[in-house]
Structure formats: structure tokens, C-alpha cells
Design a protein around this ligand. Structure first.
Ligand SMILES: NC(=O)c1ccc[n+]([C@@H]2O[C@H](COP(=O)([O-])OP(=O)(O)OC[C@H]3O[C@@H](n4cnc5c(N)ncnc54)[C@H](O)[C@@H]3O)[C@@H](O)[C@H]2O)c1
Length: 316
């Protein structure tokens, strides 16, 4: 078996990054690395998406408050290519951010491994697919891992760094180190389970939220008001585990004894959610989901989120 050797100098620097997929996540991953001085090549097989990349990155930098001068400096670190071979041939790290389809990701990992240097580390930005499945066709699985960024990738600090049973500890250490160096907040996920940490927590909450609506406890608006006006306010500075300690583990136990038995525990997506999708009510992109959305409301919502995230960046 081929051993992946991370040279000492590599512990200090990833010089060449290749991002596969120039969509929403790929653009944000590229811009954060470029901002830190890494040479970035972004590859996509859709020429239109690829050609709009630099403009989208410029827009996001402005949204982050980066000056025009700095934007020009950072942009110089980014190249685009529709040739996969060229895109990865010098890469120290490849981050795959293509569409959420297992076979496609497996294919990309298989191809990249053949075309990239022997020491190149290859990670997937999948939201929920176990990395173990994605690296299945790699011959040297010790250099495959997950790096799950959150949307918007240039404003949300977290990256979950996911280890499979094969991933070398040196590879995990290297990626943790590099992500910290570019200003992200990486967290190790020691077991490769569906949804990793963040999406499991998030969708446990969404399952209960949808169930409350489905069971006529309240309407969709009320669910969001309750969260945004109560524990949502402190979540960014006080996690649930810190909170349990703050109120006391004894009180937490009492609450759990009196409520857990009644919480939603379905293993299937809700019927209400399925019906919305079947009826074409896909949310903001179709103008209606759980609620109706005008163009103005959509714009205002997106603006509200990015303004809030930018403010948080300065506080925390
Ligand atoms: N959107 C989110 O909120 C979010 C958050 C975290 C993680 N993710 C994950 O990140 C990944 C990308 O998501 P996104 O939202 O950026 O999607 P996206 O649709 O915006 O971008 C995906 C890109 O992959 C490209 N692509 C598809 N097949 C390709 C191929 N064979 N070769 C090269 N490029 C190819 C597409 O042209 C597209 O530009 C997915 O795995 C997704 O689950 C998404």
C-alpha cells in the first residue's frame, strides 16, 4: 500500500488549491483561500457558471467589506479552468464542491486521484453523504476526507473536518491547521456518520418544527418567531451544552423526563414536506413553500441574513 507522506513544509502551507465546482459553495471556498494568499484554480464543467465566477467572487468580497484594492489583489490568486487535468495537476489540496450526487462525487475522486500529485489531499464538501461512500473508488483512501463548509461559505466560520476509518491523522491535522490559518473555525468529526454534526442538530430541530405545523400546534410563522425571539437569540454565543450547564444538568434531566417522550421521532420525512415538494411549492425559488414569498421579501430576507452574519463576524 502506498503511504501518504506529508512533508514538514506542507504542514505549514498549502500553496496550490483546486476547487472542483464553481457554484455557490465553490465560489466561497475559493475566495477565502485566495484572500489568504493561496493559488486557487476553480474547475467546473459548466462554462457559464465558470465564466461568472470572478464577478460573483467580487460581489461577495464587497459584501464582506473588502476594499477595491484588496479585491484586485485577491482576485489575482484565482484562475479558472474547464480542464480537470490542468486544474489538479499541481494541487496540494483539492476540495470537491460539485452537485450532491454520490456517483458524481465518486467519479470526481477517482479521476482527481489519478491526475493530482501523489501527496495531494482530496476532500469533499458534501452536506450529508458519508465520506466513506465518496472515497470508495480511491486506491489510496488515507488522503480522502470531508470538509463541510456552511452557506454562505465566506461568512459562516465553521468547517466540519470528517475522518473516515482510512483517513490519516496527518491529513486531518494538516487540513485543520490550514483551515485555521485562513481564518475558518474547523471542528473534527471523528466518526463518518450521515449529516456529520451540524446537519444532524439542524435537522433534528427542523423535524420538530415541521411536525408542530403539521399537528396544528401553530402556523409556520409562529415557529420561526418562537425560535428567533427566544433561544435563537443566544445560540450564537451559548451552545446547548453550555446552556445545559448554565441552567443545571438536574433541570435539563427534569425537562427531558417530561418532554422527550412526546417529541417527533419519525424516521421518514414528514407528509406535509413531501406534499409541498409534489405540489411544486419549493420555497423561495418557486415563490411559495411553507409560506408565500414576494421578490421583495426574498431580497430582504437574504439581505437581513448577510447583514446579521457580518455583524456577528465583528462581535465573536
Ligand atoms: N448550498 C448549500 O447551502 C450547501 C452548504 C454546504 C454544503 N453544500 C454542498 O456543497 C456541494 C455543492 O453545492 P452548491 O450549493 O455549491 O451547488 P451548486 O449547484 O451551486 O454548484 C455545483 C457545481 O458543480 C458543477 N458540476 C456538476 N457536475 C460537475 C462535473 N462533473 N465536473 C465539474 N463540475 C461539475 C455544476 O456545474 C455547479 O456549478 C454539494 O455537495 C452540496 O451538498 C451545499
Amino acid at each position: 500500500m502506498l503511504m501518504v507522506v506529508i512533508r514538514r513544509d506542507r504542514m505549514n502551507k498549502i500553496k496550490n488549491l483546486s476547487v472542483i465546482g464553481a457554484g455557490l459553495m465553490g465560489h466561497g471556498i475559493a475566495l477565502k483561500f485566495a484572500q489568504a494568499g493561496t493559488n486557487v484554480i476553480v474547475h467546473d464543467n459548466n462554462k457559464e457558471v465558470l465564466s461568472s465566477l470572478i464577478d460573483r467572487i467580487r460581489q461577495s468580497y464587497s459584501q464582506m467589506g473588502v476594499s477595491e484594492n484588496e479585491i484586485e489583489i485577491f482576485i489575482k490568486n484565482i484562475n479558472i479552468s474547464d480542464d480537470l487535468n490542468y486544474s489538479v495537476k499541481k494541487a496540494d489540496l483539492v476540495i470537491e464542491a460539485v452537485s450532491e450526487k454520490l456517483e458524481l462525487k465518486q467519479e470526481i475522486f477517482f479521476e482527481v486521484e489519478k491526475k493530482a500529485p501523489l501527496n495531494c489531499v482530496i476532500s469533499s464538501n458534501t452536506s450529508v453523504i458519508p465520506i466513506t461512500k465518496i472515497v470508495k473508488r480511491m486506491s489510496e483512501k488515507s488522503r480522502g476526507l470531508g470538509t463541510h463548509w456552511w452557506n454562505p461559505p465566506h461568512l459562516i466560520p465553521l468547517v466540519e473536518v470528517i475522518k473516515t476509518e482510512w483517513t490519516s491523522v496527518k491529513v486531518i491535522d494538516l487540513v485543520m491547521f490550514v483551515l485555521k490559518k485562513i481564518g475558518k473555525t474547523p471542528v473534527r468529526v471523528e466518526k463518518d456518520i450521515p449529516g456529520f454534526i451540524g446537519n444532524r442538530l439542524q435537522h433534528a430541530l427542523w423535524r420538530e418544527a415541521i411536525s408542530l405545523i403539521e399537528n396544528n400546534v401553530c402556523d409556520a410563522e409562529a415557529v420561526d418567531i418562537v425560535i428567533k425571539s427566544s433561544f435563537g437569540r443566544r445560540l450564537a454565543v451559548l451552545g446547548p451544552i453550555e446552556n445545559a450547564d448554565l441552567v443545571g444538568t438536574d433541570l435539563t434531566l427534569d425537562v427531558h423526563e417530561n418532554v422527550l417522550f412526546d417529541l417527533e421521532n419519525s424516521k421518514e420525512p414528514s407528509k406535509l414536506l413531501r406534499k409541498l415538494v409534489n405540489d411544486g411549492k419549493l420555497g423561495m425559488k418557486s415563490g411559495e413553500g411553507f409560506q408565500k414569498w414576494t421578490k421583495n421579501e426574498i431580497e430582504n430576507t437574504k439581505k437581513r441574513v448577510s447583514t446579521h452574519l457580518r455583524k456577528l463576524e465583528k462581535i465573536i
